[in-house]
Design a protein around this ligand. Structure first.
Ligand code: H79
Length: 481
């Protein structure tokens, strides 16, 4: 068990991308024996039409807000006067903080500036269609009212409010969907909860405090599953998504099956590929990168930070530009995926101004050009995203993908959208048209002034005005038969 977990940690360190272990990898030759007894997840029993209906809102949404918020926002990347490297929500693990010391943060947590109204309004103004918030991260602290475990925001802090309930009410009011991230496997403050060994704990287990030792099945049955039940039943219309994370070999197919039995009682729920135990879930979840060609035939969602941390770090100011964030969204949409973009509120509940600013800018663009993103299908072209090098190799020795950033494309039944990143002089040329084009105009042009289309070889030239309508991306609409 321990060796396997270490292997995961090492793999994570080396590739920084997360891959969930397949059932076959986890159980080797015992696969068949176990498969016979495993609980079938809804994805394995529903029809394709049922699946399409279940996934419909999510596929149309394209853009969601991830929120990482918890006790780690108090140290905010600093412990005992030292700046702790890596992502802020991992500080307990990275700094080997004893359980009692970490738990002592709870009485200091009083985020009185938190406003569910403002956060939901922020997501809406950014053009986001859903929110996924950390209901419990690896530190084991529940950001909701839990009867199952007292280490939670209502019982253990002077705040005594349930931000998950407040967000659920606001999301309903403002017409946006809400999902919950829940760390089902790692839990660094509950006995038996798993912990990745980040390589510095020279201990017989991956734990750094004997208070963490215990039986994983017992942890799962007495904390994780009861809390998941609370989350699935106490918040009205929500959650629409459960976002699992970092499964280890502790999550055997049998134990995962106990979670799946609960999930199956909520037939509209969408859950990702990180439960463990070999369950594929509904969505692929590339973290901090955009796959070269998406995942044809699979729903997928790229989750990314705006700076270099998920949970708030006071000194991380390495924010990506609005240009990068917006082009990421367009790139992802052109490959048929969703963009789950993170914010990390501070310990008072304030969202960092740099994050608000960027979200407003992305929202401004979407207010004009959203038609080219929401409810669209992937590109009918493909090569515009870039190509695989014939000489260079990536970290895994595979041909390296060299992205191109001139334009992307999305599709609907009667339109092809071309999102132009660099503005061509005079006209935009397309080599080969996948459909018959009947007209063209710029999406940001309210008058929809027709653009001249000239046949050119197998393709067309579309005459453009001298100036881009938007410095980040101008959308050319081709009406098609
Ligand atoms: O919730 C966010 C992260 O905390 C979580 N997933 C996203 C959505 C996540 N868990 N693990 N990882 C991301 C990648 C793990 C990286 C690690 Fe490390 C490398 C864990 C141990 C070595 C980074 C570096 C954290 C500690 C040292």
């Amino acid at each position: 068990m321990r060796t396997y977990r270490n292997k995961i940690a090492v793999a994570l360190l080396s590739c920084a991308t997360y891959v969930s272990p397949s059932l076959a990898q986890v159980e080797g030759e015992h696969y068949d024996a176990i498969a016979k007894h495993r609980v079938a997840a809804i994805q394995e029993t529903e029809t394709a039409a049922q699946r399409d209906a279940r996934m419909a809102w999510w596929r149309d949404a394209r853009f969601g807000m991830f929120i990482h918020w918890g006790l780690y926002s108090i140290p905010a990347g600093t412990w005992d006067g030292k700046k702790i490297p890596f992502i802020g929500e991992w500080i307990m693990n990275s700094a080997s903080i004893p359980v009692a010391d970490y738990k002592a943060l709870a009485p200091q947590f009083n985020p009185t500036a938190f406003s569910a109204h403002d956060i939901v309004a922020l997501a809406k103004s950014a053009g986001m269609k859903y929110i996924v918030i950390t209901s419990k991260h690896h530190d084991g602290f529940a950001m909701f009212d839990s009867k199952a475990d007292p280490f939670n925001i209502v019982a253990a802090t002077p705040f005594h409010r349930d931000p998950i309930r407040e967000l659920a009410e606001e999301c309903k009011k403002q017409g946006i969907k809400l999902g919950f991230y829940y760390s089902q496997d790692q839990d660094w403050t509950a006995p038996g909860g798993a912990a990745y060994n980040t390589g510095k704990h020279d201990l017989p287990t991956n734990h750094w405090d004997s208070k963490q030792d215990g039986d994983f099945a017992n942890y799962l049955r007495t904390k994780a599953i009861p809390q998941l039940k609370e989350l699935l039943t106490n918040y009205g219309d929500f959650p629409v998504v459960i976002w699992f994370d970092t499964p280890t070999a502790d999550m055997t197919p049998e134990l995962a099956g106990e979670v799946v039995a609960l999930l199956n009682q909520h037939p509209k729920l969408i859950w990702n590929n990180r439960l463990g135990g070999g369950y594929k879930g509904d969505t692929e979840t590339p973290e901090q990168y955009i796959p070269a060609k998406g995942y044809p035939g699979r729903d997928w969602e790229a989750c990314m930070t705006m700076n270099d941390t998920w949970g708030y770090k006071s000194y991380d100011t390495n924010f990506k530009s609005t240009e990068t964030l917006l082009r990421n969204l367009i790139d992802i949409a052109s490959k048929g995926g969703n963009y789950l973009l993170n914010i990390g509120p501070d310990s008072k509940g304030n969202v960092p101004p740099a994050e608000i600013e960027r979200l407003h800018e992305v929202g401004k663009w979407l207010a004009v050009n959203g038609e080219a993103v929401y409810g669209t299908q992937p590109t009918l072209f493909g090569d515009e995203a870039g190509s695989f090098s014939t000489t260079e190799k990536d970290d895994q020795g595979k041909p390296k993908f060299i992205p191109a950033w001139n334009w992307r494309s999305t599709t609907t039944a009667h339109s092809i959208y071309i999102e132009l990143f660099t503005w061509p002089t005079g006209s935009f040329h397309i080599d080969k048209l996948p459909r018959t084009v009947t007209g063209a105009y710029l999406l940001a042009d309210k008058s929809k002034k027709p653009l001249k289309i000239t046949k050119s070889g197998d393709g067309v030239d579309i005459a453009l005005p001298g100036q881009a309508l938007d410095p980040i991306a101008s959308v050319l609409v081709l009406k098609t038969k």
